[in-house]
Design a protein around this ligand. Sequence first.
Ligand code: AMP
Length: 395
Amino acid sequence: MLILVLNAGSSSLKYQLINAETGEVKASGLCERIGIDGVMKHEIAEYRKLVIDHPMPTHKEAIEFMLNILTHDDTQVIASIDEISAIGHRVVHGGEYFKRSTLINKSVIRKIEELIPLAPLHNPAHILGINICQELMPGKPNVAVFDTAFHQTMPEENYLYAVPHEDYTEHHLRKYGFHGTSHFYVSGEAIKMLDKKDTKVIVCHLGNGSSICAVKNGKSVDTTMGLTPLEGLIMGTRSGDIDAGVVPYLMEKKGMDTHHIIDYLNKKSGILGISGISSDLREVIRAANEGDHRSKICIEMLCNRIRKYIASYTAVLGGVDAICFTAGIGENADLIREKVCTGLEFLGVEIDKKKNKIRESTNREINKDSSKVKIYVIPTKEEYVIAQDTYKLVK
Ligand code: AMP
């Protein structure tokens, strides 16, 4: 069964056409600069890469163009859109309402709309993507897969903030957590690799956006992102944890309004803000190797924060069987994995530096044989999870 997986952002659209039974990715790509000019990066089954400039004034033209590329001329991978059985949509915020993936109908769309105040940039784009798919591919089932759903098993004491309780009951103020499909997939793979009954797993999803999740017996019990993706780790451009007192201080000192301060903490901080070089860790590592002080400090800060959370989540779980690294940084940056694990020996974590340096795209173990805690590198497959959930719901 062929599933089209869509991740509609405010000016971008990521897609994959996946055979849900075999996991084969027939085509994938990214439409960027929607509403500006429009450029598509398209890949056919990992052997042919195309970059196409094409006007995309709205998401509708982007989706139409993608369907055209999939079905026509020498880029054709399916004869017609009839071969697509269903569409799986990544939806960032499902609030407390969506605890699992769901078939989309009018009331589901209304609910995703109601959740817009919790994800003002993301949920409107997802609704747009859903509406356009319903228009361009009438009659096909659409499924919503939520970033927040996996974390709905967190206990109250871990998701509540220490603020007046009525703001939770009246305004839904609480920790929700994100990257749920990734944490679900990676912890599931780790549990298979551990091959034991009771499991305590810590997943470090380290990409441009980063979060850590404590998973007990397959269920999320705590995670670093909060009401919004701003909380927790130091990320590409997000500050992560910060004293809330910073907000009024900066607003007064720099005459910032709410919009400015949100932009400052989400887009100008993190790796970019500390290093002053880039939000891309590869460039910062390069600069650090050339002696740049701010880049060196940035790497130390990044790793310290991850290490602190691993130690605190070990306490939350009452021990740890496996620490997993995933996403762009987690899968590729051996330096960061080594630095994070160095200093955690007191927990029984012993990294094998040689195994850590081997580059592979499959699940692998990088701890010493003597290590009490397994250290895994597990490439994440968020689109695969979305395709699987969609398949199960429409089958
Ligand atoms: P993601 O959001 O999962 O696509 O991750 C993107 C981030 O991964 C980029 O911003 C890079 O900083 C980082 N990344 C990818 N490859 C490497 C690498 N070899 N070393 C360090 N960072 C990397």
